[in-house]
Design a protein around this ligand. Sequence first.
Ligand code: TYD
Length: 151
Amino acid sequence: MDTMSQDLNLVSEVTKMGIEECKIIELPRIVDSRGNLTFIENNKHIPFEIKRVYYLYDVPGGEKRGGHAHKNLQQLLIAASGSFDVIVDDGYNKKRFHLNRSYYGLYIPTMIWREMDNFSSGSVCLVLASDFYSEDDYIRDYEEFLKEVRV
Ligand code: TYD
């Protein structure tokens, strides 16, 4: 069983609301000897309308990204190239996902604290987001996040 399948099994065993909504979505894949192709269509392969796309790249070895939650934003994170880990946290439980395939996306709903580390050299983290950038949507203080989710 590969790491991704183990993650899927572990997620399905968690019963509390929140972190179990973070799930791996397998995206369509056109396998071709000339090179593979994956596509994503609005509201069809992912549970939200895409309003923004951004990507992280040239991440130095040992560096971490994320370290925040979003009040209203939903996202799908894809290792478009290379690999990295995403740690999701609903204020009660944490789970580490290792993303290393271009046809898997990690869906992260609202109000989930996320951190990303273990970036491989040359990795690219492609992010599809349900809304435009707004700093007001971020919770960047972990204690504030805990207060919000532990009500
Ligand atoms: P941030 O979301 O904190 O990065 P990450 O979670 O990947 O570590 O964003 C880093 C900076 O980039 C921050 O100053 C906000 C800015 N930014 C934009 O201007 N537009 C965007 O769409 C994003 C995602 C970030």
